[in-house]
Design a protein around this ligand. Structure first.
Ligand SMILES: *Cc1c(COP(=O)(O)O)cnc(C)c1O
Length: 402
C-alpha cells in the first residue's frame, strides 16, 4: 500500500483547507471557498506529472474506466477486448456501458499479448481495454500497431500503473484515454478516487459531462447550464481531492524508494537461474515497481514457494500474491462473472455472451498464472527490514530450488 504508508502533515493540511471553508463540492460556492479548489488543482497536478493535456478526477478507478469507455463512444453491443488477469472492475466497467467483454491471452508482460488481441477480433470489436497489471506496461508499440491496423480505440486501464512508463510516455497517456485509481491500495491514494487522462479535447469534454449528469459546465453556475447528454454522478469530492493533491506531490519519492527496494529483492531472486522475471518491455526504468513479479519453473514449485515463504515469515514483512489461487484478479476465480450472475438483467444477457466464458482459449495465460508469484514492495521498510526480508526470501527459494 504505497501512498497510504506516506500519510503525514501534508495530507492533513490539504484536508484542513477544505474543512476550514466547509465546501466539499467541487463546483460553485466561489465566495465561501476562498480560493480553495482542490479537485481542479489535483487535475492540474495530474496533467503536469503525466505530461498530458487533460485530466478529469472522478469518484473511483471503476467510475474512471466506465467514464473513459463512455467518453470514447463505447456502448451497447460493442465488443471490447480485455485481459483475463485484472481486477474485475475492468470487466464490470465494460458491462456497465452495455458492451461485451472479449478475453484474449496475456503474455509474459502480464498484460494483453499483441498477437492474442489480433486473434480475438470480430467485426463488432470496437476497442481494446488494456490493463497495465501490477504496475508496468504491455508491449505498447505492438499493441498500438494492432489497434491502428484494425481501427480500434485503445483505452488504458492504468489503475495500478501511475508512474509506469514506456519509451518516455507514462502509462495512461499512450492510448486515446487512460484511467487511474486512487483507492486505498494504489500508488497514490485519495481514500477513494480515480481520474481519466487524455490529449483529446472532445474525450475530455465528454468525460466531464458524463461523470456529472451531463452538465456541460459552461458558464459560472454549475446547475443552471445545458445538459447536452445523459450522464451519472461519478464526481469526486473536495476531501478526496485534497488527499490526492498531497499524495501526488510525493509520487517521485515513492517511485524512487519503490524502485530501490524492488532492486534488492530482484537481486535476491536473480541468484536462482531457474526463475524468470516478468518481461518489462521498457526495462526497469518503465516499471513503477509496486511488485516484484516472477515465474517459477512449474506450478508445483510456485505452490511450494508460497508455503515455504509463509514458514520463513516472508509474509510477516510483505504481501505475497499467488494470483492463480489466492486472489481475486484472475478469471478462474470469477465464477459469478463466468456464469453472468447478476441481480437484474444486463445488456449482455440480451445480446448474448460473445464467448463461452467457462471455456476460454487462454492456455497461455493459465500457464503463466500457475507459475506467477509476486511480492509487494513497500515504502516504509528500513534497511534492516529489507535485509531480513531478502534473507527469508532467499532461504525459501533455496529450499524449493536448491
Ligand atoms: C483498482 C483497480 C480498478 C478499480 O479502481 P477502484 O478505485 O478500486 O474502483 C480498476 N482496474 C484495475 C486494474 C484496478 O487495479
Amino acid at each position: 500500500m504505497p501512498g497510504s504508508e506516506y500519510f503525514g502533515p501534508e495530507e492533513r493540511k490539504e484536508v484542513n483547507d477544505v474543512l476550514d471553508t466547509g465546501v466539499h463540492f467541487r463546483f460553485n460556492h466561489d465566495e465561501q471557498r476562498k480560493g480553495v479548489w482542490k479537485s481542479k488543482e489535483f487535475e492540474q497536478e495530474l496533467c503536469k506529472f503525466n505530461k498530458v493535456t487533460y485530466a478529469h478526477a472522478v469518484s473511483s478507478g471503476s467510475t474512471a474506466v466506465i467514464t473513459a469507455l463512455a467518453a470514447v463512444g463505447i456502448g451497447a453491443g460493442d465488443e471490447v477486448i480485455v485481459p483475463p488477469f485484472t481486477y474485475i472492475a475492468t470487466i464490470e466497467a465494460v458491462l456497465s456501458v452495455g458492451a461485451l467483454p472479449v478475453f484474449a491471452d496475456i503474455d509474459d508482460t502480464l498484460c494483453l499479448a499483441p498477437d492474442a488481441v489480433e486473434k480475438a477480433l470480430t467485426p463488432r470489436t470496437k476497442a481494446v481495454c488494456l490493463v497495465q497489471m501490477c504496475g508496468a506496461t504491455a508491449r505498447m508499440d505492438e499493441i498500438v500497431a494492432v489497434c491502428e491496423k484494425h481501427n480500434l480505440i485503445l483505452v488504458e486501464d492504468s489503475a495500478q500503473a501511475m508512474g509506469a512508463s514506456y519509451k518516455g510516455k507514462f502509462a495512461g497517456t499512450i492510448g486515446k484515454v487512460g484511467c487511474y485509481s486512487f483507492d486505498f491500495f494504489k500508488i497514490i491514494t485519495c481514500g477513494e478516487g480515480g481520474a481519466i487522462v487524455t490529449n483529446d479535447e472532445q474525450v475530455y469534454r465528454n468525460a466531464d459531462m458524463y461523470s456529472d449528469h451531463g452538465h456541460d459546465h459552461i458558464g459560472s453556475n454549475r446547475g443552471m447550464e445545458n445538459h447536452p447528454v445523459l450522464g451519472y454522478n461519478f464526481r469526486i469530492g473536495e476531501m478526496n481531492s485534497a488527499l490526492g493533491l498531497a499524495q501526488i506531490r510525493k509520487i517521485d519519492k515513492m517511485l524512487s524508494v519503490q524502485k530501490a527496494n524492488k532492486r534488492r529483492l530482484k537481486e535476491t531472486a536473480a541468484k536462482f537461474p531457474q526463475i524468470t522475471f516478468r518481461h518489462l518491455p521498457d526495462g526497469e526504468a518503465g516499471d513503477s515497481a509496486t511488485f516484484l513479479c516472477f515465474f517459477m519453473p512449474t506450478e508445483e514449485n510456485a505452490k511450494q514457494l508460497i508455503e515455504e515463504m509463509n514458514k520463513q515469515g516472508v509474509n510477516q514483512i510483505t504481501g505475497i500474491q499467488y494470483w492463480w489461487v489466492n486472489m481475486y484478479h484472475y478469471i478462474k476465480n470469477w465464477e459469478h462473472f463466468r456464469n453472468l450472475k447478476s441481480i437484474a438483467k444486463l445488456p449482455i444477457h440480451a445480446f448474448g455472451a460473445p464467448q463461452d466464458y467457462n471455456n476460454l482459449p487462454i492456455e497461455r495465460s493459465d500457464d503463466l498464472m500457475r507459475r506467477l508469484v509476486t511480492l509487494q514492495i513497500k515504502l516504509a521498510w528500513t534497511d534492516e527490514t529489507l535485509t531480513e526480508l531478502c534473507r527469508r526470501f532467499e532461504n525459501a527459494l533455496k529450499i524449493v530450488l536448491g
